[in-house]
Write a new protein. Structure first.
Length: 505
């Protein structure tokens, strides 16, 4: 390993700033979405594409982005990702219609997929001492967690007092400072590149397969589950992803070595984490619309209304998950954590048009955040614990991929369920709404019926995530030697033991 870089702590500031920008962007757009939808004439059926276009491009290309960082150099990839993200943000802020907005969001996802793995890789190679690395990843994680709260509140202020467009423009100064700082301060250790040829078939098959999967869920909302194109998308996705797995088993330098997926603990983490994110991302969208449209909250008030979830998440992560993960087997944190989050979701199935925030929404969010935070911290660590050095980058990228694809599927699937339930409610109650006031009330009741139907599904998905964590994850507490991880691959060097990825929305 090369000698320690004396500027590594300064470099951490700029790496963390870039992570803050990516996390902030996800939550900021949630708050701005109702205003942007109205201004740009985006239909209800297509509104989730503002979230999904970003999540899908990001998730679909993360493995490729991680591989590019290994091949091209992490610093160069990081700076390129920042510049591209800023340019895409400028395009989103200047959007004049639906197509331009969705294109800008997809471009943000593309450059985010370069940025996120490069940032994690830089931290991993710059902080080689175990104690320093834990501290660096802790700071990085705290900023990433706090970024969600900053995004919700900043998004509310910008939307209410300036314009929703500023929720995009605000990324530009963040990116400029991070890119300049990274260029002048970061010194990437030599000899860390992987110069194996790129697995182009793997990139094409995985990206197309994921696009087809999410488009299938999205189309089901407007055209129905029995629509021939919807079915064709699901079949096409299954064929493409199966072809991807077969390709990865045969090529010399696979984009995703299958040994990373087939180790039971890592496989359990990817699966349970992906399911949990499906439940969570759908909820973000519904709660934003419920608070602003049904309850009449302003964007700023909506931002503050989400704070209990963020507080719960940071508390669960730092005070429960982080403190216990060296003493308690991960399944005993992840399984109960997901169940606690499901309990929080159960509170939110009680939503009515005039539900009390303090009685239902506040405790629901706190439980959801506490449960997710408790489960996430050991999951992030376990996903790369005991992995070989040559696979650590792709193992980190897989965590982010499962989160981003889960987010895209969650937004599309739960939006589809909500829209179907809303339509059914209006159809069955329309005869009784004879006055304008009654029709307006019916519309609000139908929306809430849609949201609660989808949240019930989210409860079931979280229970399934808990069951998978209990069933598949069998390793002991992570405080021992790398061999205790239960990974048949083992590790060659203790310094390569842990790569802790951080949630990037």
């Amino acid at each position: 390993m090369s000698e320690t870089d004396p500027r590594r702590w300064k470099a951490l500031i700029f790496i963390a700033l870039a992570q803050l920008m990516v996390v902030l962007d996800a939550t900021i757009v949630n708050i701005a979405l109702p205003s942007a939808q109205q201004d740009l004439g985006i239909s209800d059926g297509n509104r989730q594409w503002v979230i999904t276009a970003y999540a899908l491009a990001f998730g679909g290309l993360l493995l490729f982005g991680g591989r590019i960082a290994d091949l091209w150099g992490r610093k160069r990839t990081f700076v390129t990702g920042l510049i591209g993200f800023a340019a895409a943000s400028a395009l989103g802020g200047a959007a004049t219609g639906e197509a331009m907005m969705l294109g800008a969001r997809a471009l943000q996802g593309v450059f985010g997929a370069l940025l996120a793995p490069a940032a994690l890789s830089l931290l991993a190679v710059m902080f080689t001492d175990a104690k320093e690395r834990a501290k660096a990843f802790g700071i990085y994680g705290a900023i990433a967690g706090g970024g969600g709260a900053v995004g919700l509140i900043l998004g509310g202020f910008l939307t209410e007092y300036l314009n929703w467009r500023w929720t995009f423009f605000v990324n530009i100064p963040f990116a400029a400072v991070a890119a300049l700082g990274a260029y002048f301060v970061i010194r990437e250790p030599s000899g860390g590149r992987n110069r194996s040829p790129l697995d182009i078939p793997g990139v094409v098959l995985s990206t197309l397969g994921l696009v087809a999967l999410v488009y299938g869920f999205t189309r089901a909302e407007s055209e129905g589950w029995s629509d021939s194109v919807t079915i064709g998308m699901f079949v096409g996705s299954a064929v493409l992803l199966a072809a991807f797995v077969l390709t990865e088993a045969k090529v010399k330098s696979p984009l995703l070595p299958l040994r990373v997926l087939t180790e039971r603990n890592r496989g359990g983490v990817y699966l349970s984490l992906g399911l949990a994110i499906i439940a969570m991302f759908g909820l973000f969208l519904f709660l934003t619309y419920y608070l602003q449209i049904v309850q009449g909250f302003s964007p700023v008030k909506t931002g503050f209304a989400f704070l209990p979830m963020i507080v719960g998440m940071i508390t669960g992560s730092t005070q429960i998950g982080a403190r216990l993960m060296t003493r308690v087997p991960p399944r005993l944190l992840m399984g109960p954590g997901f169940l606690l989050a499901a309990g929080g979701m159960l509170f939110l199935t009680q939503l009515e048009v005039d539900t009390s925030y303090a009685a239902v929404i506040l405790p629901g969010q706190l439980l959801l955040g506490l449960g997710m935070g408790t489960a996430f911290m050991p999951a992030m660590s376990l996903a790369t614990h005991g992995v070989q050095a040559r696979d650590s980058g792709v193992a980190s990228a897989m965590v982010n991929t499962s989160q981003q694809v889960g987010g895209a599927i969650g937004t599309a699937l739960l939006n589809t369920i909500a829209a179907s339930a809303t339509t059914a409610y209006i159809t069955s109650h329309a005869a009784g709404a004879t006055t304008p006031a009654a029709q307006k009330l019916l519309q609000a009741e139908a929306m809430v019926e849609g949201y609660t139907s989808a949240i019930w599904w989210a409860v079931g998905i979280l229970v399934a995530a808990s069951a998978i964590a209990f069933a598949l994850i069998n390793t002991g507490a992570q405080g021992g030697s790398p061999a205790a991880s239960g990974d048949g691959d083992g590790v060659e060097n203790i310094e390569d033991e842990v790569r802790i990825p951080v949630v990037a929305h």
